[in-house]
Every structure is written in structure tokens, then in C-alpha cells.
Design a protein around this ligand. Structure first.
Ligand code: HEC
Ligand code: HEC
Length: 468
């Protein structure tokens, strides 16, 4: 018998009674449920401006797109669809990266190439900053970027943005907040808009609700909240020898004391497959990838320009992207910086078999020997020809491919010539993957507990496969 679950029941009953009490009658005698008053939150004046701006479609060239179009509050401030990269305000061009969730960003430290690791053990390395390559120093400067990006909100100038605010419904509040003459100076007004959006993202509890099942489990120490499958997944997530997930998706306290964000804010190269037409039946290849000379190399550019490699020379940062917050990952439909993967099951299988079965993930060339064999359903490449040459790490120029991480969970302790920094060895093609299908399923169940808005009253919500 589970004592913790027993304690939850009276609470659920009490809540139902409270809800009944709130049920009023309308004139027709039908019961009208009045929602319990949400936790009231008083936003500062800049944050109130930021809230109006965040949802303001007039801030895009086509007056058809706000920040919330891509960062939808109903989807944890992530995209409302599973498309790899979203269409911009011109309704023609798409971006080149997947839209991240904006939740839990306020804890991101400033970018540094010599950032300390929150685990207090790992040596300093590039870390922090906003965007997948850390090129935005603050949330305020970040906000200016989509506004002026031709592939996103597509405004021609800061002046166009400021004009839209000045002619908009909250111009008065803007002046009250930032000074009666704020519109006299375009740069100052544009910066004030960024300050306002940053205030919203920092203050508004809906950007960091900490309302997942995992929170209930970790902070309230309610032992019975996680199902056996979720609990096994949690243990696996922390296992250094098998998955090492928490080695990068760090769950301890960050520098500002917040914990359980599932990132150490460092940069790592995982060798994500190129999201292009080499993937059969790819629903949404990234248009920029049609150019074989184009590579999105994260810290090495093209969007940030301070670590660009010299022509033909390797740079140790090429291919590195920021370790993302994994909270609410289960509500997403596109994963990794280029949105190339479309389910959590696929992501975990990628970690597990990138090195043992690269033919599942990367295209190949050459004739091979024998007839094509079917790959598992979650693989990006539906078939593989034995003996063909696999274009591994095909989203990085060959000279940069040495940066790709081969440690656990990709690497294990066996075989091969090479020894990694950890003393282990990479896993050879054809060897056995480190995780079993059951372990993968358990990990996916655990990741599901990281979604905000968990309602104990609607439990048991864990779908069938996550119960036992
Ligand atoms: C057309 C879709 C789109 C719109 C509209 C959009 N964004 Fe984004 N946003 C993105 C993409 C794509 C990224 C990732 C870019 C990268 O990593 O280079 C991103 C990244 C971010 C980040 C960085 C998150 C992190 O992980 O560091 C923040 C913050 C953000 N957006 C806020 C905003 C705000 C504020 C607005 C409105 C002013 C906005 N976005 C409008 C697509 C969009
Ligand atoms: C070496 C560091 C490292 C390890 C170990 C690691 N990850 Fe990641 N993870 C990353 C980085 C970096 C990304 C982003 C990659 C990109 O954008 O190309 C990522 C992305 C993800 C994503 C996609 C999130 C999103 O919003 O797109 C998921 C899910 C994920 N990891 C889960 C896991 C799990 C589960 C494990 C353990 C089996 C794990 N990771 C181990 C560094 C790591």
C-alpha cells in the first residue's frame, strides 16, 4: 500500500468541494462553473508593457505575427506545431533553427568561454548566454533580434518597430513607464521595448511555473507521485555509466539557486543529422541546407561571428550548441537546434545508436553490398544498404567533425583504438547499444514528468505505458 497516495486523496476531494462551491447559477438555471481565481500576480509597469508587446502582432511587418506566434503560452512558450523551423511574417521564408520554449530562461548565466560548471567539478568551458549559440547577452537585447530578423518578424528598421508601438494601444503606458519623451529617441525606445519584454519573461510566473509532476515529487517529497516506470527513468537519467543524461542536463542547483532545470548551460557537439532533403520523406527540410556549403555550426557561426574558423582549419567550438532546458520537452514536436527529430523516443534512440548504427541517422553513398535492409521505425533513414559508406556527422564540414562528443551515452567502455578523456572508448558500428528498449521507454516516461501544469486531481494521468 502506498501511504503517500492515500494522503493525496482527501486533498483532491477537498478541491472538488471547493470547485462545487464556486459553481454559480445563470438565469436559465444552468450551472455555470466559475474558475477559481488564478494566483494573482502584480507585474511591474515595464512587465505590463512587455506583456502587451509580447502578444502584439503589429510588431511584425505583415501585422500577422507576435512573439507568441512562435512562443505560444499554450505550448510552454514553444511552437504550437511540430514543424522543424517556422515561417516568418513574410509568409514565404522560414528560419534556420527550431523554436525553443521560453520557460526557465531567466536563470541563464551570461555567456563566457570560460564559464564555471554548476556541478562544481567539471572544468570551465563555454557556457551561458541566450540563443542556441549564446549570441544574445541578455533577454532584453535578445528581444530586438526577432523583431529585425527578415526570417522572423521582418521589420525593416528599429524605427518601424518604434512607430508601431507609438501608434499602438499601449503607447500611453509606454510613455508612463519609460518617460514622456521616450519616443523622441528611436534607439532608446527600441531598447526600452527590450527591457519591457525582459521584465515580462523574468517576472511573469507563467514563464517559470515549477508546476510539473517532477516538482511535486522533488520539492514536496511526495514519494508515491512518480510511477515505477517514471522512477526507473529518473534513476537512469542520473546513471553515469549508462546514460549520463544529467552530466549535461544538470538537475542540481544552478548559480542563482534554482534547481531541476535539466541543463548546465554548457555547449556540446552531438552531431545532429543535417535537416535536409537527404532524409527520405522529410516533411520540412531547412531551406538554407539546400546550399551544400552552408553549415549551422552553433558557436562557430554563421549567426555569431566571433569564433568563426579560419578557412579549412578546425576550431574546437564548431558544432557546439547550448544544452537545452528539458522541462516541457514532452510537449514539443521538433527537437535539437535544427528540429530534425520529431519525438522524444527518437531523441533517446539517437543517443543510443548514433555510433552503433549510424546508418539509422545519416545518409550513405556508394553501392554497398547486398540489398537494402529496413531500419527501425524511429530511424531517420528508413533503409540502409550494407557496406555503403555512411556520411556520419553530415551537418558539419569534415574538418570540424572531431569535436563531436563520443562519451557516454554514445561511447561505452569497449573496443576501438581511441581512448576518450574519460578513459572509456567510443562504441564501434555494429556493437550493442547501451540502453535496452525498456530503458528507453522508462527514460521517455521520466521526461514526461517534466511538463508543467500537472494536476494531481486528474491523476492517474500517466498513460498506460508509463504506469508499471
Ligand atoms: C518566427 C518565429 C519566432 C518569433 C516570431 C519569435 N521567435 Fe524567439 N526564437 C525563435 C527561434 C527560431 C529561436 C532560436 C534562435 C537561435 O537559437 O538562434 C528563438 C529564440 C528565442 C529566445 C532565446 C531562448 C534561449 O534558449 O536562449 C528568446 C528569449 C526569444 N526567442 C524570445 C522572443 C521574443 C521576445 C520574441 C518577440 C519579440 C520572439 N522570440 C519572436 C523563433 C521566433
Ligand atoms: C554531452 C552532453 C549531453 C548528454 C550526455 C546528453 N545530452 Fe541531451 N542535449 C545536449 C545538447 C547539447 C542538446 C542540444 C543539441 C542540439 O541542439 O543540436 C541536447 C538535446 C536534448 C534533447 C532535445 C531538447 C530540445 O528541446 O530540442 C533531449 C530531449 C535530450 N537532449 C535528452 C537527453 C537524454 C534523455 C540524455 C541521456 C540519454 C541526454 N540528453 C544526454 C547535451 C547532452
Amino acid at each position: 500500500m502506498n501511504l503517500a497516495t492515500d494522503k493525496v486523496v482527501p486533498l483532491v476531494m477537498a478541491l472538488s468541494v471547493a470547485l462545487l462551491a464556486l459553481t454559480a447559477c445563470n438565469g436559465n438555471g444552468n450551472a455555470v462553473a466559475t474558475a477559481p481565481a488564478p494566483r494573482k500576480q502584480v507585474l511591474s509597469m515595464p512587465a505590463q508593457v512587455g506583456q502587451l508587446a509580447f502578444f502584439d502582432k503589429n510588431l511584425s511587418s505583415g501585422k500577422n505575427m507576435s512573439c507568441a506566434s512562435c512562443h505560444d503560452p499554450q505550448y510552454a512558450y514553444g511552437p504550437p506545431n511540430s514543424i522543424s523551423v517556422q515561417l516568418g511574417s513574410d509568409l514565404k521564408q522560414t528560419g534556420a533553427r527550431a523554436v525553443p520554449s521560453l520557460r526557465y530562461k531567466e536563470s541563464t548565466p551570461a555567456f563566457s568561454e570560460d564559464a564555471p560548471n554548476p556541478d562544481g567539478v567539471t572544468s570551465n568551458s563555454p557556457g551561458g548566454g541566450f540563443m542556441a549559440d549564446g549570441r544574445a547577452a541578455t533577454l532584453a537585447t535578445q528581444a530586438g533580434m526577432p523583431l529585425l530578423n527578415p526570417l522572423e518578424m521582418n521589420n525593416s528598421s528599429k524605427e518601424a518597430v518604434v512607430k508601431a508601438v507609438q501608434n499602438g494601444a499601449y503607447a500611453g503606458l509606454f510613455k508612463q513607464t519609460f518617460g514622456a519623451n521616450v519616443f523622441d529617441n528611436t534607439d532608446a525606445a527600441f531598447d526600452a521595448l527590450g527591457t519591457a519584454i525582459q521584465a515580462l519573461e523574468t517576472e511573469d510566473l507563467s514563464f517559470h511555473p515549477y508546476s510539473s509532476k517532477y516538482d511535486l515529487y522533488v520539492f514536496n517529497k511526495i514519494g508515491g507521485v512518480l510511477t515505477p516506470a517514471e522512477r526507473r527513468g529518473e534513476v537512469l537519467f542520473h546513471s553515469t555509466g549508462v546514460t549520463n543524461c544529467s552530466g549535461c542536463h544538470y538537475t542540481g542547483a544552478n548559480f542563482n539557486g534554482n534547481s531541476g532545470l535539466m541543463t548546465d548551460f554548457t555547449y556540446q557537439a552531438l552531431g545532429a543529422p543535417r535537416n535536409d532533403r537527404s532524409i527520405p520523406n522529410n516533411p520540412d527540410p531547412i531551406p538554407a541546407n539546400d546550399d551544400p556549403a552552408y553549415f549551422d555550426m552553433g558557436l562557430c557561426g554563421p549567426f555569431r561571428t566571433d569564433y568563426m574558423p579560419a578557412p579549412g582549419k578546425a576550431h574546437p567550438y564548431c558544432g557546439m550548441f547550448k544544452v537545452p532546458v528539458l522541462r516541457n520537452a514532452a510537449t514539443r514536436g521538433a527537437f535539437f537546434h535544427n528540429g530534425v527529430l520529431h519525438s522524444l523516443e527518437q531523441v533517446v534512440n539517437f543517443y543510443n545508436t548514433r555510433d552503433t548504427n549510424p546508418e539509422y541517422w545519416y545518409p550513405s553513398h556508394g553501392d554497398g553490398t547486398g540489398k537494402p535492409q529496413a531500419n527501425p521505425v524511429w530511424a531517420l533513414q528508413p533503409t540502409a544498404v550494407p557496406g555503403a559508406t555512411i556520411d556520419k556527422y553530415n551537418d558539419l564540414p569534415p574538418v570540424q567533425q572531431g569535436n563531436v562528443d563520443e562519451e557516454v551515452p554514445m561511447g561505452t567502455g569497449e573496443g576501438g583504438e581511441k581512448t576518450l578523456a574519460s578513459g572509456t572508448k567510443p562504441r564501434a558500428p555494429g556493437s550493442t547499444p547501451v540502453m535496452t528498449p525498456q530503458q528507453i521507454a522508462d527514460l521517455v516516461c521520466f521526461l514526461g514528468t517534466l511538463s508543467d501544469g500537472y494536476q494531481p486531481s486528474s491523476a492517474p494521468s500517466a498513460s498506460g505505458r508509463c504506469v508499471k
